[in-house]
Design a protein around this ligand. Sequence first.
Ligand SMILES: CCCCCCCC/C=C\CCCCCCCC(=O)SCCNC(=O)CCNC(=O)[C@H](O)C(C)(C)COP(=O)(O)OP(=O)(O)OC[C@H]1O[C@@H](n2cnc3c(N)ncnc32)[C@H](O)[C@@H]1OP(=O)(O)O
Length: 184
Amino acid sequence: MSRVPPKWPPVEVEHPAPHPDAPEQGTKLGPHYAHCFGCGDETEGGLHLQTECGHDATIIAQFHVTDAHQGAPGLAHGGLLACAFDEALGSTVGQLLRKPAVTGKLETDFLRPVPVGSTLHIAGKLDGVAGRKVYASADGRLDAPDGPIALRARALFVIVDFSHFTEHGTADPRDVHPDRDINP
Ligand SMILES: CCCCCCCC/C=C\CCCCCCCC(=O)SCCNC(=O)CCNC(=O)[C@H](O)C(C)(C)COP(=O)(O)OP(=O)(O)OC[C@H]1O[C@@H](n2cnc3c(N)ncnc32)[C@H](O)[C@@H]1OP(=O)(O)O
């Protein structure tokens, strides 16, 4: 089977500079929402992704795979691995551009099995912006930042107004202010 991916990004893009308020390299980012399944610290059985700002405008995430994340015995569930990339890429877009955005499309290549007990090291980067469309991609390496690549993902995020979260979800409109023009 050919694994040659289609052109990426699929459209002409501009290469965005990180926002002046984007966090500095080494900054630990913490959850954007305590009940987020990807990163929240109040979700039993969630992924509890830990993210920090890496070098050269990257966001680095670690996902420790536990028994709660199994698909086959002893192996991570593919949908949860895709979720980890959704979260890491969403953080890449939100933290580096400081604009609210939602996933429009997420493609994941699963290259190696990910065993329970392993830690997936995900490095996300921005690949370009075209209007409201933001393209980002990430690699996930097994057990070390330079470990073998287990997954690759590419995503389109679409920049939205904060009202997306108040009209369609239950975000509090009082959270909207100039210093927090990002995802709830
Ligand atoms: C305590 C400290 C805090 C610190 C700060 C922390 C900051 C952290 C920041 C952030 C972290 C966040 C981490 C989150 C991670 C997880 C993210 C998720 O899981 S999001 C949920 C899943 N996604 C949805 O629910 C979207 C559902 N879809 C929609 O709502 C709409 O379809 C939407 C908004 C995506 C687009 O709808 P339209 O009406 O606004 O716009 P239209 O015109 O349809 O699309 C805009 C452009 O995008 C293209 N587009 C849209 N979807 C596409 C697709 N699937 N494929 C290709 N193109 C697509 C369209 O063709 C269009 O392109 P043309 O401008 O015309 O060139």
